[in-house]
Design a protein around this ligand. Sequence first.
Ligand SMILES: Cc1cc2nc3c(=O)[nH]c(=O)nc-3n(C[C@H](O)[C@H](O)[C@H](O)COP(=O)(O)OP(=O)(O)OC[C@H]3O[C@@H](n4cnc5c(N)ncnc54)[C@H](O)[C@@H]3O)c2cc1C
Length: 451
Amino acid sequence: MFWSDRVDAPAPAPPLADTVEADLAVIGGGFTGLWAALQALEDQPGLRVVVLEAEQCGFGASSRNGGFCDSSLTHGLANGISHWPDEIETLVRLGRENLAGLEASLERHRIDADYQRCAEIDVAIEPWHLESLAEDIEDFRGLGEDVDLLDAEQMRARVDSPTYLGGFIRRNDMALIDPARLVWGLRSTVEGRGAAVYENTPAHAIKRQNNRIDIRTPSGRVRADHAVMATNAYPGPVRRPRRYTIPVYDHVLMTEPLSAEQMASVGWAEREGLGDVSNMFHYYRLSADDRILWGGYDATYHFNNGIGDSHDQSDKTHSQLAEDFFQTFPQLEGLSFSHRWGGPIGTTTRFTATWGTKFDGQLAWVAGYTGLGVGASRFGARVALDLVYGRQTERTDLKMVRKHPVPFPPEPARWVGVQLTRRAIQRCDRRGGKRGPWLNLLDRFGVGFDS
Ligand SMILES: Cc1cc2nc3c(=O)[nH]c(=O)nc-3n(C[C@H](O)[C@H](O)[C@H](O)COP(=O)(O)OP(=O)(O)OC[C@H]3O[C@@H](n4cnc5c(N)ncnc54)[C@H](O)[C@@H]3O)c2cc1C
């Protein structure tokens, strides 16, 4: 993976080989787990925090993503409005506060993660995309977003592709980040504040004994007063999230760095984050060294919540992504891809995170941000801490936090449902955005499948 396989990656932390006592144990060393550790240490300096990571911190989605760091906590505004129309203003405000808090944390702890505030553009490449973009604009403006529609000429003056028919630019509440550097920075910050991080240390089993949480790993054990489980798409030792979250594989290509001439042929002077409006959408951005990260399109679910290294590479999806890339940027013909990878996104039927507790609230878990967890995972961790420390806050009062999404059915219905939905989504894209009976039915129940 491009982000994590760089020469300045930190040395691995040692595995746990003993029994340790902790005030707070965190299971999973992705963004959620590391933000939980950091925010807990900021709330209570000196807290004994232990982080258990099955592989290396950032092994999961947190080092594999596109680095789009959006303020949205609800997988976009439209999804938030459709599920929580009464709370949307609060959700938008909390999302902005979360992004500002993330930015302040990076400054405070001097984490250099190439964080850049920038605009985001949804690009129209089919006529129906233009209509769909125009529909949303008043909702965005009503909630204080600085948004505008771009015609084809304005769009191509920013980034040049013959496929562009227009765009929707959002100038606030978005940033791009180097995800692995964020993971590394968070890890070293929590270690600097006294947390013990153990890598190659999967939590195998968990129980409560004498009012303490007892976590077993292959060669050690943690006894803690409280715990946060932050394994997202991966099955952790608490089973409950598996009802609500499934792992969906999303794939990415990274090009070689573009030459100055290649950059000039594309434009992209303001280095916006881009995505198209199709249901099976692509997202793309520039890296600090002028590569293009190009991901998305297909979202693959493997039977029985299948997860593992064998799903990281998909010749079919990666070839399709390459074909789509050169259709978008024919002027870059001949450019090669230096990296390709995939990773599991934890999704729920409502596309946002869900939270829960166990052991009378001594443990909290959070999972399911879908494809917008880079920023939202900090909020997810904050809420998980509210829950384990029994704090009633504006956050814990949110319906999004109090209520679970509709669960996925058990297998084999789970797999069949996902395949039917994927096919219906493909048909919808082919038929100019007409949703068809299956998607209309799901819409009526407020459920769906997305990445
Ligand atoms: C290809 C891809 C592109 C994406 N692009 C974007 C994007 O551009 N913007 C955006 O906002 N979001 C994006 N996302 C989603 C985003 O990356 C995630 O929502 C976010 O990283 C979730 O963080 P997390 O810490 O909850 O989960 P993860 O990063 O998956 O962390 C979970 C960790 O738990 C560990 N673990 C699992 N089991 C155990 C165990 N038993 N014991 C100990 N540790 C365990 C895993 O090894 C892993 O490190 C993308 C995701 C993918 C896969």
